[in-house]
Ligand binder design. Sequence first.
Ligand code: NAD
Length: 417
Amino acid sequence: MSSVYQNVVRQFNKAADLMNLDPDIRVILSSPMNEITVNFPVRMDDGKVRMFTGYRIQHNNALGPFKGGLRFHPNVNDDEVRALATWMTWKSAIADIPYGGAKGGIKLDPKQYSKAELERISRRFAYSLTTNIGPNYDIPAPDVNTNGQIMAWILDTYMSTLPAKERDTALGVVTGKPLEAGGSIGRTKATGQGVCFCVEQWAKDHNFDLSKATFMVQGFGNVGSWAAKLIAKHGAKLIAVQDHTGTIICKDGIDPEKLDEYVAEKRGIAGYPEAEAMPNEDFLSTEADIFVPAALEGQLTEETTGKLKVKLVAEGANGPTTVEGDKILTEKGIDLIPDVLCNSGGVIVSYFEWLQNKSSEYWDLEEVDTKLKKKIIGGYDRVKEAAAKYDVDMRTAAYIVALSRLESAYKLRGVYP
Ligand code: NAD
């Protein structure tokens, strides 16, 4: 099986071949620009010091500052972060926002640490990265197991390293901040909202009645829970959910708002009283109209994709489908809204947060949602057009859109010296 980054390279090569990408630009985009690994010490609650390893990989900044989330997870490694950073470059280019791509993370299981330890870990990681991030250079955001609180700690640490009179220029060093710490209204739900806008557009294109639809979601964290709550508002029925604690099913429908309250208290879906537990391995064979993967990468593979009985996969997660998984989706005639388009709502509203920080403004929710819809549907239309023009699947089309945008920028600017 290929690594996560090999998966990206295979996707990239396929699109680059089809669109005849300029060979020089192909070489440039084939590798990340900077790869930073930091090992840093943190004092634990028991008084002992422990070393942690963190990464920040900056794939490309031809279109604007490096941009991408920070993940805290035991599986974090350079290969995974490299893949996630590369996807961010494509994502910003498809959304037509002036950002490049980056990603970072720390290899750890956050469940093993107290809140005070997580604060010290986050702050020390931010301190180790100080010279490599900045509001006009590289702008982190939340990802798996990170949130607004962690962004607020990173902001505070970064600001504290600056001379006092420069601190007020630093608000945009991270996005996904809590509202009270300079965040944007609508950022928390933005990725799920973007998934929902894409699903609405797909339904419109296919004359499909969302009010009669059934759907299933893998991962019930930020992205999965918001996607579920917003898709359910159309009358669609959430019938199965899977997370790291187990799988639940209820053919009459699971109320995503109630499940969200349960998860906030119990830290997982297992034991939710208004649905039945089902074996994890049966989840993907559930009959439903729409599947929203919103957990980790590599879920739809050569072995698992054949199980699906859905009409649409709307990728909330980054990289949930391997190249082999993609082939099976095409063979089975299952539609796909690829990650680099479908989950771009998060980076789009991060961009809005950054713009608000730069101009010391606060927009209202209606303004944020209206602008988000316009941006993400703009990307959707460009990808759909490329799919028709090149007669390819939506993922390859999305890559073609991104690579064409980057190719134009490089051709105009040239390569220094
Ligand atoms: P999160 O930490 O809020 O939630 C992650 C969810 O995945 C949890 O419900 C967890 O239980 C579940 N999960 C973990 N391991 C699992 C497993 N083995 N099987 C089933 N479920 C499992 O993270 P998030 O921010 O919602 O991110 C989810 C995905 O969306 C990631 O791929 C992330 O890169 C992507 N994404 C997030 C954002 C964002 O704004 N947060 C933006 C774009 C893409």
